[in-house]
Design a protein around this ligand. Structure first.
Ligand SMILES: Nc1nc2c(ncn2[C@@H]2O[C@H](COP(=O)(O)OP(=O)(O)OP(=O)(O)O)[C@@H](O)[C@H]2O)c(=O)[nH]1
Ligand SMILES: [Mg+2]
Length: 185
């Protein structure tokens, strides 16, 4: 049996916990608690440790998926999770341009700790004020189209959309990466 460990990172409220819940075929273990700081202005509950879900991909392959907390004060969890990850998806809420700088900082944090394939997932494209894909990529520091990671538009509430995002992530492992999947969970 092989295990693929994927991390869902991103800014507060981008849809990480929802993504894990939608994808998982077991009941998700979450650590959402009542938000008490700035996050509480737009969200009642926030992840304080991580979400864990699982998806059986075949007789010999299981996906273990970990959602990070969005708030940077929990970045010790980002560190623990990314060091064990085979790849990650970074979710960015298209309608919160004020968070794009934090998303850029998360990418830099992750890249300093793990050289693993990543995909950018743009969420909340249905919301008022959603910015274009191009504007978001520029804000994340990807000026040159050629050096950009793959981008997917994701609706974390929709199973087909979440599966598509994971397939893009998995295809990076198949295409030329030297990341080895794990024999233990
Ligand atoms: N309209 C819309 N709502 C979304 C989308 N993605 C997520 N949501 C909603 O956004 C809210 C926040 O989602 P969560 O999954 O809790 O976000 P999170 O990234 O885990 O948040 P933190 O743990 O606080 O960082 C939920 O009510 C989701 O249903 C989207 O693409 N469109
Ligand atoms: Mg969460």
């Amino acid at each position: 049996m092989k295990f693929m460990r994927s991390v869902v990172a991103g800014t507060p409220g981008a849809g990480k916990s929802t993504f894990v819940r939608t994808l998982s075929d077991i009941e998700v273990v979450d650590t959402d608690r009542r938000a008490t700081d700035a996050t509480s202005l737009y969200k009642k509950r926030t992840t304080v440790a991580f979400d864990f879900g699982r998806l059986v991909l075949g007789p010999d392959l299981e996906l273990h998926i970990y959602g990070t907390p969005g708030q940077a004060r929990f970045n010790f969890m980002w560190d623990m999770l990314i060091r064990r990850a085979h790849n990650y998806i970074l979710l960015v809420a298209a309608h919160r341009p004020g968070d794009f700088i934090s998303a850029r900082q998360i990418i830099s944090f992750m890249n300093q700790r793990a050289q693993v394939p990543m995909v950018i997932g743009i969420t909340h494209t249905d919301c008022l004020g959603a910015r274009s894909q191009e504007e978001i990529m520029m804000a994340l520091g990807y000026m040159n189209g050629k050096k950009r990671p793959p981008i997917v538009i994701v609706d974390p509430t929709d199973k087909a959309s979440v599966v598509e995002a994971i397939l893009v992530l998995m295809s990076l492992l198949i295409l030329g990466s030297n990341v080895e999947l794990s024999n233990t969970p």
